[in-house]
Design a protein around this ligand. Structure first.
Ligand SMILES: *Cc1c(COP(=O)(O)O)cnc(C)c1O
Length: 378
């Protein structure tokens, strides 16, 4: 059970944020989360290690109802954990990784594999579309060396939600490891790792759990991680070694850990529970996103991804066609009114993005829409 970490500061003691972050992380956090970072704590102390253990166990509880999973925390941003996961799960032999890629984060997994000398092939799809399952089957049929298939759940490039249930079914039919980059979805969209037969899930502190940046985490099957000793291509990103040390020494990290960030994450988990858990948080994000799209369409904007594939996490909009429009001016105007939006990342389209995650509520979206209406100068 998560517990409260900030007890000694009252709300008046914590400064207000200068603006609301409508980005895919780091995102706007609560005063409670920020307050929990205002003191210094020892890193090897028993009390701190206890917090780490509680966090590890709570992450598993959020992802699974059985006891076949375990978790490890890893210093760095989400990409570090992604790299640790791939580098540790793939043995140093001829086995092949298949990456499903329909955006920048799929491409990043491919680059990670290439850097680490992991044999990799990819199935690509246009960024506004999700994967052809017949093609996936075909690739699995003709490449028996594939050991693992990895895919981003919410591809944050566009905000598209890839159908991990349907993909996982095929991956398991061919008896492959199923690795999910749930960086921008875990905590904001219910994921049942048992039901989806996910072997490895990667996410980070500063996305839907609503902590601050500084570490990522990997949730994997116990039986799997036990077989991964000696695979890693990097000492600091050896997820097996990090896991083994955390297990044996009950919450100890191998190298300096982000103590403040860890406490903030503990507080964030407590607040997630207060909100009613992932299902309730998901409902709030969905409401935020629906409110956003309705308002934006009324202002004449068009979504890049069709609604049936759209996640509640982040939404891409086509840039206005007018020659008078430029993103920077639009951005600056909104920032002045207290809202920070995000540039687009879709390769072949001029777009911008608005996130609907973090300590953000439908009334904030209503205020944002007012600000956008006033900021439209084109
Ligand atoms: C945020 C994110 C990552 C990790 O990015 P970092 O900048 O390293 O934290 C990876 N995959 C997806 C889908 C993401 O949204």
């Amino acid at each position: 059970m998560p517990r409260r970490f900030c007890t000694s500061f009252t709300s008046e003691m914590i400064p207000e944020n200068p603006y609301l972050l409508l980005t895919p992380g780091p995102l706007s956090t609560t005063k409670g989360v920020r307050a929990s970072m205002l003191q210094d704590w020892c890193t090897w102390d028993h009390e701190y290690n206890q917090i780490v253990q509680e966090i590890r166990s709570e992450l598993v509880t959020l992802a699974s109802k059985t006891n076949q999973y375990t978790s490890v925390l890893m210093q760095g941003s989400g990409t570090f954990s992604m790299e640790a996961a791939l580098g540790t799960m793939m043995p140093r032999d001829e086995s092949l990784l298949l990456v499903l890629s329909n955006g920048a984060y799929g491409e990043r997994m491919v680059r990670i594999a290439e850097y680490m000398g992991i044999d990799v092939i990819k199935q690509t799809e246009l960024e506004m579309q999700t994967f052809c399952l017949e093609d996936l089957e075909q690739i699995l049929q003709v490449n028996p060396a594939i050991r693992a298939v990895s895919v981003a759940h919410c591809e944050t490039t566009t905000g598209i939600l890839n159908p991990i249930e349907a993909i996982g079914r095929i991956v398991k039919q061919y008896n492959k490891l199923f690795i999910v980059d749930a960086m921008s979805s875990f905590g904001g969209i219910p994921i049942d790792m048992d039901a989806l037969e996910i072997d490895v899930l990667i996410s980070s502190a500063n996305k839907c759990i609503q902590g601050v940046p500084g570490f990522g985490f990997i949730i994997f099957k116990k039986e799997l991680i036990k077989q991964c000793q000696g695979n890693a291509r990097s000492l600091s990103l050896d997820a097996y070694d990090q896991w083994e040390v955390m297990e044996k020494n009950e919450g100890k990290w191998r190298f300096t850990s982000p103590t403040h960030v860890v406490r903030a994450f503990g507080e964030a988990l407590y607040e997630l529970q207060l909100e009613g858990g992932i299902a309730m948080r998901h409902a709030r994000y969905v409401e935020n996103q629906q409110c956003l799209v309705k308002g934006m369409e009324a202002l004449g904007f068009t979504c890049v991804v069709k609604q049936s594939l759209q996640s509640p996490i982040i939404t891409s909009f086509y840039s206005p066609l007018s020659n008078a429009y430029d993103f920077q001016t639009f951005y600056d105007r909104l920032k002045e009114s207290g809202f920070v939006i995000y540039p687009g990342k879709v390769s072949c389209i001029d777009s911008f993005r608005i996130g609907t995650i973090g300590d953000v509520y439908p009334k904030d979206i209503t205020n944002l829409l007012e600000a956008i209406k006033e900021a439209m100068f084109w």
